[in-house]
Design a protein around this ligand. Structure first.
Ligand code: ATP
Ligand code: MG
Length: 570
């Protein structure tokens, strides 16, 4: 099995910092570094607002120099207000150009940036901002009135409220600071906080798929890995136009939806509108996207829109497609290849890891169903068991174990907000234990099995829901599915699958029996689902992950737990 070359990351960081006058700051790496090159006047961001394609002025390019100047202004403004290095700025904002000024401006000032998903209601905002002791909030005036006002008195650490006046109500809000006025009055001259490699930079909350969302803290040295991993795993090259469809409210939408392309001098496309299959196809084709980073759930939504729609477009400009967030079913890879002509490269990582750690590469053949191979410089092990605090690793292909990562890569989280004990529990010796199970094959590709919490124990077998769900998707009627284990006195657990069928199929008992029979033949009686329930939608997090724990809780009549990230109440 091929092993990736070892990189001594702490040495690399030390060398880098020494060459860089003793500091490392994400904003400097992303913007300032390009100002003495030909990139200076090229677009860092190509912003497409929701009036596109009807109006041509709906596209706005923001150059590296323009963004750098704006972020200098915002950093000066934060300093003038008295926001100190290490204090936390939360943003609750849709994808508008000002958001990117705020993100980089905060980093420039050494202020910790924490993007909240803009669709959150008051409850999830309150819990996150209280935990993070948010000193500054950047949001829209309309959001303020709807979501913040009801919780304002509980936000005890909030001192500065910076608003974009989207509905003309700002002057009725007592202590609001008008973003545009603040910027207008501020100094555009150069400023950079000389942060150290281990100064906190970003605070990201996990998706809440398995329980209450955790706040993962990342530091400025992470930028070295953001930059490096984008080159390798997303095939970023000069002159590319890169589109990451994840919202910056989630880690993918920041590490790769803001930082990685810009650090690499690649133009980032930002779409201000929400998903529609037609719009996405238009963006990909008419705007000449070269690299596209998305998620399995979005790809399944494109499948739902049908092949006929896809065939109206020619995707030849899209050189590289990649996916993250959930297992990428082989069926989805085949569909995208057949209908869009794009080969999707799956990769694996987590909020905690800050960057891609396992990946299908541009120059290797994609292995459908596999997450890929460990990234260069990243040591991955699969832990079979822990004996007296010693890790016993899987040493042969096909055996499953928990994905563990050797400590020290630069974008590794440095703590869980307010829960250092939980953080400590994630590490044994030099290894970070991820909570996900996988196997590797003879060629060193890793195959996702499931989260430890989701794995089903049935008749002595340990079964990952991904295997069941991917197989079910191969049935012509199945659009997507989720498998859970339900307690059984004999088998331990029996597998139940929740299935969404394609729109041209009727949810009949006969179809259920056919799908069950199909699964029995292909999976074998031991691990085939015993029961199928048709549903219109699967419960998902707002970042698009199937919440199997919720299906299970509802099935068993148990408490539903934290639902702050649930996409839509079912
Ligand atoms: P929480 O930790 O709050 O339960 P979460 O783990 O879903 O939520 P994220 O950090 O956003 O929060 O997601 C990381 C998880 O997503 C991984 O641990 C893994 O389970 C899943 N994942 C990400 N990429 C892949 C992939 N390529 N294949 C399979 N699973 C993936
Ligand atoms: Mg997690």
């Amino acid at each position: 099995m091929k092993k990736p070359p070892i990189i001594n990351w702490s040495e690399k960081v030390a060398e880098f910092v020494e060459e860089n006058q003793g500091f490392i700051n994400i904003c400097y790496e992303a913007l300032d570094r390009h100002l003495s090159t030909t990139m200076r006047d090229r677009p860092a961001i190509r912003y497409v607002d929701n009036s596109w394609p009807d109006k041509s002025e709906a596209i706005r390019d923001i150059s590296f120099i323009e963004l750098a100047t704006e972020t200098n202004r915002f950093a000066h403004a934060l300093k003038r207000l008295g926001v100190a290095k290490g204090e936390v700025l939360f943003s609750l904002c849709p994808r508008v150009p000002e958001f990117y000024t705020v993100a980089f401006g905060a980093l420039r000032a050494g202020v910790v940036f924490s993007p909240l998903f803009s669709v959150f209601g008051s409850g999830p905002i309150l819990s996150r901002m209280r935990k993070g002791k948010g000193k500054v909030l950047f949001t829209l005036a309309s959001y303020y009135r709807k979501k913040i006002l009801p919780i304002r008195s509980s936000l005890v650490d909030l001192k500065y409220l910076i608003l974009l006046d989207d509905d003309g109500s700002l002057n009725q809000i007592d202590d609001a600071i008008d973003f545009h006025q603040l910027m207008h009055d501020s100094d555009p001259s150069y400023i950079i906080e000389k942060t150290s490699p281990t100064d906190p930079a970003l605070l990201h909350f996990t998706s809440g798929t398995t329980g209450e969302p955790k706040g993962a803290i990342h530091v400025h040295e992470a930028v070295l890995y953001h930059k490096f991993s984008g080159l390798i795993a997303l095939d970023l090259r000069p002159d590319d136009l890169f589109w990451c469809t994840a919202d910056p409210g989630w880690v993918t939408g920041t590490s790769y939806g803001i930082l990685s392309p810009i650090c690499n001098g690649v133009t980032l496309l930002v779409d201000g509108a929400e998903f529609s299959a037609e719009r996405w196809y238009q963006i990909l084709t008419k705007l000449n996207v070269t690299n596209w980073y998305t998620a399995p759930t979005a790809l399944r939504m494109l499948m739902r829109a049908g092949s006929d729609l896809a065939r109206n477009y020619n995707f030849k400009n899209v050189r590289y497609g990649a996916s993250v967030g959930e297992p990428l079913n082989p069926e989805v890879i085949h569909w995208v290849k057949e209908n869009l002509g794009i080969e999707m490269h799956d990769n694996w990582w987590q909020t905690e890891t800050g960057g891609i750690l396992i990946s299908n590469y541009a120059n290797f053949p994609v292995r459908p169903g596999a997450m890929g191979v460990p990234m260069t410089g990243i040591e991955i092990g699969l832990v079979k068991k822990v004996e007296n605090n010693n890790l016993i690793f899987v040493d042969r292909p096909g055996e499953q174990g928990e994905i563990a990562v050797k400590k020290g890569w630069p974008s590794m989280f440095v703590n869980y907000l307010g829960d250092p004990e939980k953080y400590q529990r994630c590490f044994i010796d030099d290894w970070y234990l991820s909570g996900d199970l996988a196997k590797f094959d003879e060629d060193g590709y890793y195959w996702f099995v499931g989260r430890k919490d989701d794995v089903i124990k049935t008749s002595g077998h340990l079964v990952g829901p991904f295997e069941i769900e991917s197989l079910l998707m191969e049935h012509e009627a199945v659009l997507e599915s989720a498998a859970i284990g339900i307690p059984d006195p004999i088998a331990g657990e029996l597998i139940k699958a929740f299935v969404v069928v394609k729109s041209d199929y009727k949810k009949t008992e006969e179809l259920k029996s056919k799908i069950l029979a199909y699964a029995r033949v292909r999976l074998g009686v031991a691990i085939a689902p015993r029961e199928i329930e048709f549903v219109d939608n699967l419960p998902k997090t707002k970042s698009g992950k199937i919440m199997r724990r919720l299906l299970k809780a509802r099935q068993l009549g148990l408490p539903e737990g934290d639902l702050s990230t649930l996409e839509q109440p079912l």
